[in-house]
Design a protein around this ligand. Sequence first.
Ligand code: F6R
Length: 331
Amino acid sequence: YDAIRDFPEQWRRGRELARDFDPGFTVEGKDHLVVAGMGGSAIGGDLLRTLVADTARLPVTVVRHYQLPGFVTERSVVIASSYSGNTEETLAAFEEARARGATVVCVASGGELLRRARAEGLPYLQIPGGLQPRAALGYSFTALLTIAEHIGLVAPDEAAWNETQELLEQQSEVFGDPSGNDALELAEALQDRLPFIYSGTGLMEAVNLRWRCQIQENAKRLASGNVYPELNHNEIMGWEYPGPLHEMIGVIVLRDREDHPRVQQRMEVTRELISDRAGYWAEVQSQGESRLARMMSLVNLGDWVSLYLAVLLGVDPTPVPLIGQLKETLA
Ligand code: F6R
């Protein structure tokens, strides 16, 4: 609860920390930016990728794997992002980036990644430790976006930063009131259901993934999802025959005013066709003016929904025992 309630403070601090960081290079002469990371440390990369899709001076790719794609060369920038600094896939991608001669920057709270960055004299941004990686998104994402500004991938947009800060603060007040709010209502609706998160392709794509991961990790509940227009070409058929399975599903549609006009129509027609087959169907609209604020408004709502869902289900949202067991067994 504290980590989510204090998200606006983390956002502010993360921005301040990253503002003073000098990566020591620009995108001049580079042809690609790759963010390498896993889980809670990779999602900031996806948020960056979708946020700057139309404005970035280089294509942005997020790699969640041990290996980097073939296009990574000495003309690439690779940001290795691992909150713990000890994630094996990210460390392997880091080594591969080094071997290919890419320009490498590290973002971590500590661990092996920072040790190697220091030993090799690479630029690194150390973010505060002591949180679950997924709860440190305010640090990891502000780090990535600010680095993107520093290297000239995108122009800084102070108005968007300020709007987002204010909006997050307002949301914290509203959603932090456990006596009743929209996040709690959505969590109540999902309590006995399997959440399906739908959204458009584009700005809400990474937000959609964040909702699912937060429900899975915080509430320990499976969650599925898909995007328009693609889901109109396959997944919709899974709704063809109404039945008890569909009634167990709670659909949340994440909407943004910049969703493609045909996607908006598709969302409406799809709702008319199938929403009564689901146990629950709700739509939520992003808030704010800037793309950054709109994106973060629904990231934050999803975080709160996952927290309230955990409380309603009687599970502790913080620990992730299966992830821990898996890492230990593989070690
Ligand atoms: C746990 C979480 C995980 C981790 C992932 C990678 O809170 O969010 O998804 O982010 O296991 O670990 P890090 O972020 O330390 O590289």
